[in-house]
Write a protein that binds this ligand. Structure first.
Ligand SMILES: Nc1ncnc2c1ncn2[C@@H]1O[C@H](COP(=O)(O)OP(=O)(O)O)[C@@H](O)[C@H]1O
Ligand SMILES: [Mg+2]
Length: 356
């Protein structure tokens, strides 16, 4: 059998990878650039060697968050994300990429390897899917609301006297049509968020008043379910924080709504905001029914509802998918800890960008 040196093997592998790959040195200058990277970016290897990778890749992340620099600073080896790059002709290409950082024995950043793939085809398919669902949802929204309005008129006696039996049936129809309406609205909101057509509108926001206002708006619902709703904002958060208050209010209200819905009367829900390692962490905690362990990994998925919640309250299983889309588009993360019978805490971590 022919013997290949590791170097030769590496070169063959590197060049024949069906995904773009380039390597940079400690100054983030390109030292290797494979064929797929040439195809995707339109640049030839000879033209890019020795150039700063940000000049060639021109990703939307380069200016605000260089994954290689971040990886080097945090001594993190691997960051996988989605981004957009501009090829040499100015065309924007959506990509998925992962960055690996290499350190020498003394722990100094030595090199970075970036692997990326065109997600244009996935992207187009997803846009088409979202478009079809959104047109469908819009089209059935009107007839459903009209049905609801007509049922309400009949119940109000506008079409003559209604017997008790007819009233029961009509009330059932009304409840069902309200549920479909809720589903359509949640679905449209989610698609809207995912379309990326609503980038975060960040403004300096006073966290204390922001949380207070959000909690106040949910108080009537809490009262209705006999749930105590409180909040606490850490004094360390002194200055206003740059965030999108409209989008984030929607997320927190959604979490409070769940916390109330999935608690028993007499319970309490608390919203807290604090600083942790220079992140703003907002928690929504309840002592409700909790989420079974086997459901926990799925609750952010579209339409997913845990078994114990279905009999407890109505819902569409879309609230948390929207919440995640919003938090992530604001540069944050959302996660949950829960124990059946003890309660649930949702955590939102957002970049802490105080207004200077
Ligand atoms: N605070 C909570 N306590 C218990 N279960 C929860 C809580 N929040 C969310 N869940 C579970 O996660 C599922 C998904 O939440 P969500 O997407 O908001 O859907 P929905 O509220 O329409 O049921 C819920 O159906 C429920 O099973
Ligand atoms: Mg919900």
């Amino acid at each position: 059998m022919m013997r290949l040196s590791r170097r030769k093997l590496f070169d063959i592998l590197f060049e024949s990878l069906p995904i773009g790959c380039f390597i940079v040195d400690k100054d983030l200058e390109i030292i290797a650039f494979n064929k797929s990277a040439e195809r995707l970016t339109g640049w030839n290897k000879e033209e890019v060697i020795g150039k700063a990778c940000s000049k060639i890749i021109r990703s939307n992340l380069c200016r605000q968050f260089c994954p290689l620099r971040e990886g080097a600073a945090l001594k993190k080896n691997y960051i996988a994300r989605e981004a957009k790059i501009k090829n040499r002709f100015g065309e924007e290409i959506p990509i998925c990429f992962s960055s690996s950082t290499v350190f020498d024995e003394s722990g100094k950043f030595e090199a970075g390897i970036e692997i990326f793939r065109d997600r244009g085809a996935d992207h187009r398919l997803q846009t088409l899917r979202n478009h079809i669902i959104s047109v469908f949802a819009h089209d059935i929204k009107t007839p459903i609301s009209v049905n609801g309005a007509i049922i309400q008129r009949i119940l109000g006696g506008k079409a003559g006297p209604v017997t008790q039996k007819q009233r029961d049936y009509l009330q059932f129809l009304l409840k069902e049509s309200k549920q479909v309406e809720l589903l359509i609205n949640n679905l449209l909101e989610l698609l809207n968020m995912e379309s990326g057509r609503h980038p975060a509108q960040k403004v300096a926001t006073d966290i204390e008043s922001f949380i207070r206002e959000t909690v106040e708006e949910m108080k009537p619902k809490a009262l209705q379910h006999d749930i105590k709703l409180g909040f606490h904002v850490d004094k360390d958060i002194k200055r206003p924080v740059i965030l999108d208050p409209v989008q984030l209010k929607r997320v927190i209200s959604n979490l409070i709504d769940n916390a109330i819905k999935y608690s028993n009367s007499g319970g309490f829900v608390e919203v807290t905001a604090e600083l942790q390692h220079n992140w703003l962490v907002i928690k929504v905690q309840d002592c409700g029914i909790g989420i079974p362990e086997e459901d926990l990994p799925h609750i952010f998925e579209y339409f997913y509802r845990a078994k114990n919640s279905i009999s407890k309250a109505g819902g569409t299983g879309l609230g948390l998918s929207s919440a995640r889309a919003i938090v992530e588009s604001n540069g944050g993360r959302i996660w949950v800890k829960s124990k059946v019978g003890e309660g649930t805490t949702f955590f939102i971590r957002l970049p802490y960008e105080p207004d200077p």
